[in-house]
Design a protein around this ligand. Structure first.
Ligand code: ATP
Ligand code: MG
Ligand code: MG
Ligand code: MG
Length: 562
């Protein structure tokens, strides 16, 4: 492409509202422009890099037998009412009415739409398993859209949905997805960890988030450097030291008034000594109990958890706060959301506490979502505490470290949540009607792009990995007014294009300094400069990332690039 006629508006200064590198650089280098809060246009080179990520995702999905389709962004409210999410998804769901006053949502996710399609079209076990995906803009009215593409209100997501006849079959699909996700993020050049995640209020058995390690990440993960162990800190294990005496679960009468009693009451009742740094909030959502465990300073959807953390007595959040909290911390690709009515109860506090804060059954360590007594013996609920940095890893290998992470992907075993509510059944090999077993799998495509920039930049601009760069070569003719420079650059441009290389050709009538600065800002991996030695057929080739440079005869250029 010839740069002289392309829309690549570069800026010398960082935009005032851009706090993090990816936001600053993508705007400054002319990749994106904001239209309204959390809503962006992708300019031509921005569209190119987005397509690179998209294509990697597409290839990896197709490799595991998922098929691409497209679902509408306008989703009728009736479907969301079937699952209850019209209410529980809360204010993150963008809603609108048509001229007949019918209600719609702008697609935040598509479990309802795909389930309604599949329940009509798939009838037999012979058609299962089935996995489909789409790559499409999603809409979420985030309470705090920020950090450019990292948290938008309209953003590009790949969402996939699987339908299986059994949980064993779901496990197989899930494992394939897991591998595909690892391949995607590896091909994007990212340093990431797959972490055990929060399966949220309404269950779902397994779920993992893919976290890109980055200081600007909004999540904190615990991981071991010498093993595969990694968990979202929300999910990090609590260490339980059991006593011989047991606290008997009983009805909690002290904590009965919604929104008024304190966590300390719950703790006292449980005989659970709230450790420094762990705070808990208990909610009831439908039949399920949710315990939010927080540590450190957090601000989630405008709810200042810092106050909770600092406070001696932890107030159960107000109803408003509760809703907002639920809407954020507990993921929403799965069957999670903000209920209209949140009742804070503690009747089954003991059960809920252990259900939520304890888990799998390894000596001394328990993870969320395991069932006490079934999965492990409960002796006492006292002395629960979060694992700390420096603790041994729960898998026995290595030492726990904490790091900040950006959630770029999320795989989720949904089970029967949607299929049961929406009556998606199939006939098994005995001719019996069975509920389909589902999974859903998301990748934030535009967020991944920003995460790449967070890991690939220096003080002069972006340093794209080859797989993602908008072009492989940036060709500069330093002074196109000089005939021999223009001629040689034109020639080289044609040669590179003929060889199938993606070239951006800076043929603008700008000063050399401007061209070099822009080139560094864009971050194309190889820069070829046609300058003073054009007459001798010699050009300068420079690697953006390392700064290595060479003078080459034009005849050697192709060989060098390949
Ligand atoms: P977060 O915890 O960051 O709010 P989420 O858990 O709500 O994300 P999911 O429902 O799991 O998001 O959606 C799948 C993927 O979509 C996420 O893993 C993330 O990469 C991406 N994503 C979610 N919300 C946004 C957003 N507001 N802007 C950009 N990407 C997003
Ligand atoms: Mg979210
Ligand atoms: Mg998620
Ligand atoms: Mg999340």
């Amino acid at each position: 492409m010839r740069q002289s006629h392309m829309l690549i508006p570069t800026l010398k200064e960082n935009p005032a509202d851009a706090e993090i590198k990816s936001h600053q650089l993508l705007v400054r280098a002319g990749y994106i422009r904001q239209i309204a809060s959390g809503i962006y246009s992708f300019l031509p080179i921005g569209r190119r890099v987005l397509s690179k990520v998209e294509n990697i995702v597409r290839e990896e999905m197709e490799k595991i037998g998922a098929h691409e389709m497209s679902m509408p962004a306008l989703e009728p409210s009736e479907l969301w009412k079937e699952t209850g999410r019209w209410t529980t998804f809360g204010s993150e769901l963008m809603r609108l009415n048509d001229r007949h006053n019918r209600e719609f949502a702008l697609g935040a996710t598509h479990e309802e739409v795909i389930t309604s399609l599949v329940r009509h079209e798939v009838k037999s076990y012979k058609q299962l398993p089935l996995t489909v995906f789409q790559i499409q803009n999603k809409f979420r009215d985030e309470a705090r859209p920020r950090f450019g593409l990292l948290r938008g209100r309209e953003f590009l997501m790949k969402d996939a949905y699987s339908f299986n006849e059994s949980y064993e079959s779901l496990d197989e699909t899930y494992n394939k997805m897991f591998e595909a996700y690892s391949n995607v993020f590896r091909r994007c050049g990212l340093n990431f960890r797959a972490v055990i995640a929060d399966s949220g209020a309404m269950g779902g058995k397994d779920t993992h988030e893919f976290m890109v390690l980055s200081e600007v990440g909004e999540d904190v993960i615990a991981y071991s450097d010498t093993s595969r162990y990694a968990a979202n800190i929300e999910m990090a294990p609590v260490v339980a030291t059991y006593e011989k005496s047991s606290a008997t679960p009983q009805t909690l009468e002290k904590v009965e008034t919604p929104g008024q009693k304190t966590m300390k009451d719950v703790a006292e009742f449980l005989g659970h000594d709230l450790q420094e740094g762990i705070k808990s909030i208990l909610f009831q959502v439908d039949e399920q109990f949710v315990l939010a465990l927080t540590r450190g300073d957090h601000e989630v959807n405008d709810v200042k958890l810092k106050n909770l953390y600092d406070a001696d007595m932890v107030e159960l959040a107000s109803e408003e706060d509760t809703k907002r909290l639920l809407g954020s911390g507990f993921g929403s690709l799965g069957p999670i959301g903000v209920p209209e009515e949140v009742e804070v109860v503690a009747d089954h506090a003991v059960e809920a506490l252990v259900n939520v804060s304890c888990g799998a059954n390894e000596e001394g360590y328990h993870f969320k979502n395991a069932t006490p007594e079934r999965d492990f013996e409960v002796k006492s609920y006292a002395d629960l505490r979060f694992i700390e940095e420096g603790d041994p890893s729960p898998d026995g290998e290595g030492i726990i470290k904490f790091a900040r992470g950006i959630e770029v992907g999320h795989v989720f075993k949904l089970g029967e949540f949607y299929s049961e509510r929406m009556n998606a059944t199939f006939l098994n090999d005995q001719g019996k009607a069975k509920t389909m077993i589902m999974g859903s799998y998301g990748i934030g495509v535009s967020r991944t792009l920003a995460a790449i920039v967070e890991q690939y930049h220096d003080e002069r601009g972006i340093t794209w990995p080859k797989n993602i760069a908008p072009y492989q070569v940036h060709l500069l003719s330093l002074n196109p007014k000089k005939e021999e420079q223009k001629e040689l650059a034109d020639q080289l441009y044609d040669t590179l294009l003929d060889a199938g290389i993606e070239v951006l050709y800076d043929d603008r009538k700008e000063r050399a300094g401007v061209k070099f600065a822009d080139s560094d800002l864009f971050g194309v991996p190889v820069r070829i400069t046609v300058g003073k030695r054009a007459g001798e057929g010699v050009v300068e080739v420079k690697e953006r990332a390392t700064g290595d440079q060479n003078e080459l005869e034009t005849s050697e250029v192709l060989e060098y690039i390949k």
